[in-house]
Design a binder for this molecule. Sequence first.
Ligand SMILES: [Mg+2]
Length: 330
Amino acid sequence: MSGRNPTEPSPAQKPGEFDLIGRYFAPLAGPGAFGLGDDAAVLTPPPGQQLVFTADAIIAGVHFLADDPAGDVAAKLLAVNLSDLAAMGAVGAGYLITTAWPRVLDEDWIADFAQGLGTAQAEHEIALLGGDTVATDGPMCLSLTAIGELPMGSAIRRNGAKAGDNIYVSGRIGDAGVGLRILCDGLMDGTTPDHQAAVERYRRPRPRLALGQALRGLASACIDISDGLVADLGHLAAQSRAAMTVDLAAIPLSPLAGLIGGAAAAIVAGDDYELLFTAAPDDELRLLDAGQETGTTVSRIGRVTAGRGVEVVDAAGVKVNLAQPGYRHF
Ligand SMILES: [Mg+2]
């Protein structure tokens, strides 16, 4: 992947839209996309399956850093959308991408972006169905629409949590927030494998697709963490019309969480792309099995009660006051 500055002008003649699509994106086209040569793609869902749709856009300087490697930007764009499919219990069926490239963008950046996208789509067994490419005088904006599928009626919603359920989270919280801090504060020099892993988690989130599928019929409600554990738990609480209490000491924490202010900061940092879900206590063994079968750590972090909103308590049960939930660093 190129480390080239994406705003550096290309000395070469700039290719047109169709040249770029044919050269870099047509090779990524899946069945039904007709090599991107038609007006639209055609998708036939397997019998008994429902289609699931989600879209997310990312903007340079807001959702990724302008000097992030192009291949990582592509991987992140796909991953954040697949994370939404995972939260519903769906698997990927195809995706559409719309790119607004700065006019001065180097073609090498686009080549690296397409290569990163190809690697990521192969890893997640999904293929390109179509999209659009435009030029902009503003910052780079990349939008992706992911289409998933799941058995009829099996989508995991945000609204099913009930008083008495437990709250669980996959993986570790705070790694991406730490990674962003390392990149923004220039802390990469002489860093440890933990530092590098945190940056990797910020640049290349891992959508929990296997766990999401395993949670169908098991989780009572589910969401993926993009804005921060507390903010996203707030969405589960609101949709489920319930209250959520989180034990701060039970949060599976990044080993470098101290860099951003510890557990209370990690749970509002965001970009984790872990699954946050609820389930009845009787289902806990099945749930831990699902975690093991999919190679995903699952931690119980709290409980659902009657009421509204999210409360975080310390080991003594005392309410913890948090910084603004979902606060973004830049
Ligand atoms: Mg989401």
